[in-house]
Each structure stands twice: as C-alpha cells, then as structure tokens.
Write a protein that binds this ligand. Sequence first.
Ligand SMILES: *Cc1c(COP(=O)(O)O)cnc(C)c1O
Length: 483
Amino acid sequence: MEDLPNGFTGFSQRKPGFESASEAIRKAAIEQRNLRPDAESASRAARSGWQAELEGLPRLDQLGGLWGMRPKKGAGGFEQFINDIEFGGVSDKRFDIEAISGIPEKDRRWAWVEVDRAALRSNMMTIRNHIGPGPKIMAVVKADGYGHGAVECAKTAHNSGADYLGVATVDEAIALREALINAPVLILSEPPVEAIPLLLAYKVMPSVYTAEFAIRYAEAADMMGQRAPFHLALNTGMNRIGVRYDEAVTFMQHIGFHRALDLKGTFTHFATADSADTLDFEMQLRRFTEAVANLKAAGIDPGLVHAANSAATIRYPETHFDMVRVGIALYGYHPSPLTRPLIDLKPAMTVHARVTNVNAVPMSEGVSYGLHYRSPGSVKICTIPIGYADGLWRGLSGRIDFLVGGVPFRQVGSICMDQCMFEVNMRTAASRKFLTPQVGDEVIVVGEQDGLAIAMDELAELMGTITYEVTVRFGERLPRIYR
Ligand SMILES: *Cc1c(COP(=O)(O)O)cnc(C)c1O
C-alpha cells in the first residue's frame, strides 16, 4: 500500500499502538535541540550550585495557572489581599461586591458592541427559504461567533432551526456544552490526539483526515464502551486539510477495521466559492462528487454530505447536498459582492461609544500621536474610548466617519490603542444641522442612523481585508449587549 498523499506518510506499515504524531514531533524536537534526557542530566550533573538548581525548576510558562494566582482562601483570602493595598486611607466600611458587580459593562466603559438576535433569526429564516426544506443547516460559530458571541449565537441559531453547530477548536466546542447547548457539534479540523478524551466526554465530533487520529479516537471510544462519531474531511483542491479526494476510499478502508468508528458525515471546503471565476470551484465540486460516489460504490455510507460555505450556499444550489455550513451569512454579511443581489441579509453587529471628552482645539494645534491632524480652527475635537485594540484598525485613521445624531463626522488624528478622536467643525456643522457635542453623547461607529450607514464591509474594504476579520476583532475586547 502506498503512502497517502495527505501529508501522513507510512501509516499503512504501522500497527495500532504506534507512537502518536505529537510524540514523534516531541522526540524529534528533543533530538534536534540535543536535549535527550540522558545527555541533559549528565550535563546538569557536571555543573553545580544555583545554576543547576535553577535548571531543575519548571519554567514560568510550565507553571500554568500558578502565575498570577490569587492568594489562597484561608491564608487571608482575596479580601485581605485587597485590604492590604494602600489606597484612600483606612475605613471599616465595605462595598457590597455583589451589588457593585451589577454595574453593566457599558457603564464601565463607554464603548460596546450590540448584537441583534432578531437579525440572526431573520438571517436563519432567509437562508432556510433560500435553500428550501431539504438540507440541514450548520451554524458556524467559530472564533466566538465571528465576534458576535458563540454561545448566544449558537442558542439563537439552534432555536431558529440550525441542525448542527460548527466550531474551530476543542475549547470552543466545550464552551457550547458548558452553556447546555445539546445540538450536534462538529470541530472543523482534526484536533490533537491528546484532546480525544475531551471529545468523547463532551460529545463533540472531530473532523478526521489522518489514520493515526482515527485509530486513537476509536480505541479511546472502545475503552469507554462508546462509539467514535466523526466527519471525514476531504481535500478537493483548497489544500488546507483533508484526505485527498482520490484517496477517500483507500483511507476509509484502512481505518474501517475499527468497529468503534462511526462515519457521520463527509465534507469538503471551497477555496473560491466567493469569486467571479468559477473554474476552480467547478473542479472542486467535481472532485467532491466523484469522491462521494466512490465511497458509496465501495459500500461505505458517507453520512451527511456537505460542502457549501455561505458563498456556495447562496450562489450554487448544486452544492447544498445534505447540509450547508453558514458562517458569515448568519451574521448578516455578504461573503462577496456577487451574493448581494441574490439574498437579503441583516447585519447583526453594531458598534457604539459615548463621547468622553470635548475639546475646542485652537487653529494649527495638532491632535493625537504624531499630531498629524492640525486643527483648522472652529472645531471641537471629541474623544471616544475605542481604539485599535478594540478592532478599530489604526490604518483607518482619518479615513472613516462616525455618526452622531444622524450626522457623519470625520475621525481625525491617529487612532490610539484604546481611544480616538473625531472632529465637529462648528462652521459646517452649524450650516447642516445644529450640533453641540456633549460628553456622554452616543456615537455610532458601525451601524445605521437616520438613513445613513457606516457598514462593516466598507471598513473591511478600506482596510483591504474581509468582513470576517473586522467583526472578529470588534468581538475581542468590547463588551457585548444582546437585543
Ligand atoms: C469557516 C468555515 C465555514 C463558514 O464559512 P462562511 O464563509 O463564513 O460561511 C464553513 N466551512 C468550514 C470548513 C469553515 O472553516
């Protein structure tokens, strides 16, 4: 039997129980660094004193949770720890921690994201209407639901008819289970072998494309008296992950001897479903169809057959098979300008802030790092507490508008890490619509107001990236509110 061209060489010569890839990698790394245990202890023995002692200690990053740990209860506890910090003098009055923990996040920081559940529900319905009653829908909620909050989005999508949930990592899957979401969950790649007990305990399915993983997974399931459900990932041309399409049958026959393995689905992923040129897409679809047919011909039930991401779901009905996998469309954004005329989606995320400072800056004085913007006079400079660490890319400096009271105002000066400024020109503002900016005024960073819109995909376009990356970044640090 030849090696599979899927990056896994020589598995056919191995017997079950061979060393895992990660073990092999670790050994190779140790060899490379010439740190074989015997050599290491010999060299340590050759040295003495504090140096050798230090070497024997675990490194900080190996200490895991110990670093930055709160003092243990009983040894004075956290209360004692806070008490001992010199601050504002000594008093025997105490705040009610539970009461003050109720202060909403958007009152701790005047910048936040709002996620509209009704928009998510509406997008689910629109997608269902678009694909008809046949195919199942997988809601892809990886990367914290593209920044919209994985748990809330998964719940909303599941309640609006999503049959499956897709995530990228084991921890993302566990988070859904810990939120008591019971839908089938598929990890869209193959996790490390070491994570297999977590998959079985939390009942989340892996994508599989190496024989080694498949066998380890099956053995672990067998030991627990369980089956090992999985989806087979096929590489039809994107060359990211998966068993090569023309090796699907060979691969399945190789691992097929293991009774615990349970093929629940077979899928591939398109590299160009969003582009105008359809040649590569058509080739991938042909290869996938062929691979699925070959599996069936070999007497292997492929389970749920799925291939379509949002772009393919919207553009190509022939890719729907048994299930579609929608991410970006669920959140209300178009994967491509080409899908715009085909489906009506509602963006679920808006970004908001409140003015924290208003400053009349005299003519020719600069604003923000570098003072690249100079006041033309008769302007008020307003500050909002949102910056590039919140997803408002520094490269957008001076190139975007915010909305206040339905009026667009230009962002000016370099966007800082946590704050940025915009300009209210008192001359032009007065001629258009009277506006006296006040501390506390609400600012729309992304969203609609009085028929004007700052759109997520416009920001993406300005930044030379895709909408996915913009919403993911806005979801990282800003507090989120669900409507
Ligand atoms: C992220 C992802 C999707 C969803 O893609 P969208 O373009 O957001 O719809 C579907 N399938 C796989 C394998 C993915 O990694």
